[in-house]
Design a protein around this ligand. Structure first.
Ligand code: ADP
Ligand code: ADP
Length: 224
């Protein structure tokens, strides 16, 4: 039984059929790369699996429950407790320091400031940006900002981290470094990673790859 499985997912935006029969399974602790050309439906698939976009049809099983059938409140609670997110841009809150950004998911979950920031500091150190805690996101480089974003995605011990082109805005050296830190940190924490990318070099950090074409993908793991 996979940790997270989408079956026969369909999703249209007006006349655009972004997903037209997508199957995908993610095992606990696995780093899964979702590849495919631009516009093939990768981001839509990730957003469906993460409970951000509701598919028009199909099922999304996570630990015995169907995300599609949950209430909005249950889905947002699940996102907060079980999922972490890393996107390409604009994800850090500019008014908060890097430390406060990383502590934010814990604070939103009800943690007190001191313990939340202590934990956030450990994660910043693990991502090799321990000295940037007091700076604001606007005062760090793109690669440093992505490390802070990875720390924030992992700070609440998620079961699944969703990463959409997490290194898309970085040069290849920085991109490599961030991917290594992301996958090492996730593997160390036992978290699965769903990684959307069109770059083979980025996908090379995964355990397994699936390819989306025209909104369709068959994941052979589901048939097994
Ligand atoms: P890429 O294909 O490079 O990964 P995106 O996934 O961000 O880029 O977007 C793919 C296409 O989907 C773009 O043409 C974009 O305009 C369109 N798109 C994405 N999100 C939205 C949205 N919320 N509303 C309208 N169009 C969108
Ligand atoms: P990819 O991530 O592979 O680039 P997307 O999932 O972003 O692909 O997009 C798949 C198709 O759905 C594209 O044609 C895109 O323009 C369209 N699309 C995605 N999101 C939206 C949206 N929110 N509104 C309208 N069209 C969208």
């Amino acid at each position: 039984e996979p940790l997270l499985a989408g079956r026969d997912l369909h999703k249209s935006f007006g006349p655009t059929e972004a997903l037209r029969g997508a199957d995908v399974a993610v095992r606990a602790g696995e780093v899964l790369a979702v590849m495919g050309p631009s516009g093939s439906g990768k981001s839509t698939l990730l957003h469906c699996l993460a409970g951000i976009v509701r598919p028009d049809s199909g099922s999304i099983r996570y630990q015995g429950r169907d995300l599609v059938e949950m209430s909005d409140g249950e889905r947002s609670a699940l996102r907060r407790t079980d999922f972490g997110f890393v996107f390409q841009f604009g994800q850090l809150v500019p008014e908060l320091t890097c430390l406060e950004n990383v502590a934010l998911p814990l604070r939103l979950g009800g943690a007190k400031r001191k313990p939340a920031e202590a934990r956030a500091r450990q994660w910043l150190e693990r991502l090799e940006v321990g000295d940037l805690g007091d700076r604001r996101p606007g005062d760090v480089s793109g690669g440093q900002g992505q490390r802070v974003a990875v720390a924030r995605a992992l700070v609440s011990d998620p079961k699944v981290v969703f990463a959409d082109e997490p290194t898309g805005a970085l040069d290849s050296l920085n991109g490599e470094k961030v991917m290594r830190l992301l996958t090492d940190a996730a593997r160390g924490a036992g978290a699965a990673v769903v990684l959307v990318t069109h770059e083979p070099r980025v996908a090379a950090h995964s355990d397994r790859e699936i390819v989306v074409r025209d909104g369709r993908v068959k994941d052979l793991e589901l048939a097994a």
